[in-house]
Design a protein around this ligand. Structure first.
Ligand SMILES: NC(=O)c1ccc[n+]([C@@H]2O[C@H](COP(=O)([O-])OP(=O)(O)OC[C@H]3O[C@@H](n4cnc5c(N)ncnc54)[C@H](OP(=O)(O)O)[C@@H]3O)[C@@H](O)[C@H]2O)c1
Length: 293
């Protein structure tokens, strides 16, 4: 078995540092690839309501656990996310119920994230209150955010009725997008960092800048990128629907890049965003400023 490090979240829960991403993984493929990933040694899957595969992912985990009784439910980490259109207290409560219904085969959700900050203060606040209640109910073990910038995090941390700090922030990160200010802020706040699109959504896997590192460590470009995330202390979420890529991607956990090489890779930063960029989404006060101009 590949030795994958664990990270202890501020919620006290343990998360495996490599998770399988399932964005754009269609339902039928999710049912096939998740058991293969668990066979390969993955113990963490990252889904979301908007990915429309929560049920298939959960059921695949549940039936795999039945066939592998030596592995317990608590050994597997399952994440989902509440999408922007479900922001606000009431809507989020319903969205959580729906996500829990889709995950009923595995009993609970390990981590539920606010998918992005794209709404307004009142809705973001209501969403966080509903998430806090979900933790109190025991059906959701940890809560966090995704695509939150420093300003969104500061807003959340200042809620007068904040009871639970985000366990992590899931953001796009790779050597071409290192977001150093946000990473520093999260580290100071004790909020774990989860790197999505670690291969630049596949667009950076063949980048020639990776060749010297791939050669030096005798690893693939993809392995160098996943290893970079781990060396930076991030939890990392490579996505694949290709069975033959599952194990090599996971084995990146055993690739130890030198500090000097991590710095050389950091230097590739050019703020290359492959996905969306809600990290810049304006706060209400900024929207008012914009209107004045
Ligand atoms: N919170 C958010 O807003 C957000 C946004 C984006 C992503 N995410 C999460 O992060 C996960 C990963 O991000 P991502 O899906 O954007 O992309 P990624 O993991 O950076 O890249 C995935 C792409 O790389 C290919 N690939 C995977 N392993 C490879 C390998 N060893 N060699 C060559 N190509 C390889 C995949 O192809 P095949 O699948 O065909 O093998 C796919 O096209 C998502 O699935 C999701 O869970 C979250």
């Amino acid at each position: 078995m590949v030795s994958v490090p664990n990270v202890k979240l501020n919620s006290g829960k343990i998360i495996p540092a490599v998770g399988l991403g399932v964005w754009k993984t269609p339902q039928n493929l999710a049912s096939q690839i998740v058991p293969k990933a668990l066979d390969a040694g993955y113990r963490h899957v990252d889904s979301a309501a908007i990915y429309k595969n929560e049920e298939e992912v959960s059921e695949a985990i549940a039936s795999w656990l039945k066939k592998n009784p030596s592995v317990k439910r608590e050994d597997i980490f399952y994440t989902s996310k509440v999408f922007d259109s479900d922001h606000g207290y009431e809507k989020t409560k319903k969205a959580i119920e729906l996500s829990l219904e889709k995950a009923k085969s595995i009993g609970y959700i390990d981590l539920l994230l606010v998918h992005s900050p794209q709404s307004d203060y009142e809705k973001r606040h209501g969403t966080w209150m509903a998430l806090q209640e979900a933790v109190e109910s025991g059906k959701v073990k940890s809560i966090g955010v995704s695509n939150y910038g420093v300003k969104h995090l500061k807003e959340l941390l200042a809620y007068p009725d904040l009871k639970i700090k985000p366990a992590l922030n899931q953001i796009e990160l790779h050597p071409w997008l290192t977001r150093s200010e946000l990473v520093d802020f999260l580290q100071k706040e004790g909020i774990a960092i989860e790197a999505y699109s670690p291969l630049g959504n596949g667009k950076k896997v063949n980048d020639p800048a990776l060749e010297p590192f791939a050669k030096k460590y005798n690893k693939t470009n993809a392995q160098i990128l996943i290893a970079w995330s781990l060396a930076r202390g991030f939890i990392v979420l490579p996505k694949t629907v290709t069975e033959s890529r599952l194990l090599p991607n996971l084995e990146s956990a055993e690739v130890k890049l030198s500090e000097e090489d991590v710095k050389k890779l950091d230097a590739l930063d050019e703020h290359f965003v492959t996905c969306w960029d809600p990290i810049e989404y304006p706060l209400d006060s900024e929207k008012k400023e914009e209107k004045k101009d």
